[in-house]
Design a protein. Structure first.
Length: 315
C-alpha cells in the first residue's frame, strides 16, 4: 500500500512537471508567434511561391503556365543582358567591398583614441550609412555628379579648366560614381571595426613598442591578426549587401549608360515589373541566392586559414 502511494505521488509530480513544461512552451510560442507568423507569411511563403513560379511563364495578368527549366535555360543561353548584369555586379562587389572595408578600418583607427567628443564624431560619420540608401541621397548624388553638378564646379575651382564630363552618363565613370557612394557609406563597418579595435589588449602594443616595433609592424602583426574575426564578419555582410545593390543603380543611372550599371537586382526588377516576366524574374532570384550562397561559403571555407580566434589558440 505504501509503495502504491509512493508511485501515485511520483506520477502526480511527473504529470505536474510535464504540465508546467507544456505551459512554458505554449507561453514561449505565444510570445514568438508574431515573428513566426510574419516569417512564415512573408519569408517562407513567398520563397515557396517564387520557387514554383521560376518554373512557369507568368505575367501577373494571366494564370501561370508550367514551362519546366525553360527560364533557367534561356537565362544562361539566350540572354546577354543576364550575363552583363552578372558581370557588372561581380565587378562592383570585387571593387567596392574591399575599398569600403579598407576606408572603414582607416577611419576606425583614427577614432581609436581617447579624445573629447569621440562619440559625437562617430555618430556623425555613421550618418551616411543611415541615409546612403535613401532616395534623397541618391538623387543628391545624381545632381552632384551631373554635367552641371558641384563636382565639376569644384574641379574647375581648383584650376583644372572647364569640366563638362557628365559622370553618371559616361560608360567609363558611371560605375565608379556608384562605387564612390557605397564607399561613402562606411559608417556601419567602421563602428564594428572600432569595437573590435577597442577589444585588442593595449599590453600587446606596449610590449611590441618596447621591442622596437614600429606602427606598420604593430599594425600587421597585432592589429590585423586580432581583428580578423571582425574583418570576416564585415566581409560576409558587405559581400551579401553588395550583391543586393539596387536603389543606387535604379535612381542614379537607371542601369545605364549602355548597361554599365545594370546590377543583377536591377535587371531582376525590370524583368518582373517592367517586362512582366515574373516567372523569369523568380528564376533570376534563385540564381542570385545560389551565387550569394556560393561566395559566402567560399569566405567561410577560406576563413580557417586567415581568421585568428584567441580562444582557439590561433588559426
Amino acid at each position: 500500500m505504501s509503495q502504491l502511494r509512493t508511485d501515485l505521488s511520483t506520477n502526480i509530480k511527473t504529470i505536474s512537471s510535464r504540465k508546467k513544461v507544456v505551459m512554458k512552451n505554449i507561453a514561449g510560442f505565444l510570445f514568438i508567434s508574431p515573428w513566426l507568423i510574419g516569417f512564415i507569411g512573408f519569408v517562407i511563403g513567398p520563397m515557396i511561391a517564387s520557387f514554383y513560379l521560376s518554373f512557369t511563364s507568368y505575367d501577373m495578368l494571366t494564370s501561370a503556365k508550367w514551362v519546366g527549366l525553360k527560364n533557367y535555360i534561356s537565362m544562361f543561353t539566350d540572354d546577354p543582358r543576364f550575363w552583363k548584369a552578372l558581370i557588372v555586379t561581380l565587378k562592383f562587389v570585387v571593387i567596392a567591398v574591399p575599398l569600403k572595408l579598407a576606408f572603414a578600418l582607416f577611419v576606425a583607427m583614427l577614432f581609436n583614441t581617447s579624445h573629447k567628443g569621440q562619440g559625437l564624431y562617430s555618430t556623425i560619420y555613421y550618418v551616411p550609412s543611415i541615409l546612403g540608401g535613401s532616395v534623397a541621397v541618391a538623387v543628391m548624388w545624381r545632381l552632384l555628379f551631373g554635367r552641371d553638378g558641384a563636382v565639376n564646379a569644384m574641379l574647375e575651382g581648383v584650376g583644372l579648366g572647364i569640366i563638362t564630363t557628365d559622370w553618371i552618363n559616361s560608360p567609363d565613370y558611371a560605375l565608379s560614381v556608384i562605387i564612390l557612394l557605397i564607399v561613402w557609406q562606411f559608417g556601419a563597418p567602421m563602428l564594428i571595426f572600432l569595437a573590435g579595435l577597442k577589444n585588442i589588449p593595449k599590453e600587446l602594443y606596449e610590449a611590441a613598442a618596447v621591442d622596437g616595433a614600429g606602427f606598420i609592424s604593430r599594425f600587421i602583426k597585432i592589429t590585423i591578426p586580432m581583428l580578423t574575426p571582425v574583418i570576416f564578419f564585415n566581409l560576409v555582410m558587405q559581400t551579401i549587401h553588395g550583391f543586393m545593390i539596387f536603389t543606387q543603380g535604379y535612381l542614379i543611372t537607371g542601369g545605364g549608360p549602355l548597361d554599365e550599371t545594370l546590377f543583377f537586382s536591377l535587371y531582376l526588377y525590370e524583368s518582373a515589373f517592367e517586362y512582366f516576366k515574373m516567372g523569369y524574374a523568380s528564376a533570376m532570384a534563385w540564381i542570385m541566392l545560389l551565387i550569394i550562397a556560393f561566395f559566402t561559403a567560399v569566405i567561410f571555407k577560406t576563413s580557417k586559414s586567415w581568421v585568428y580566434y584567441e580562444s582557439e589558440g590561433g588559426r
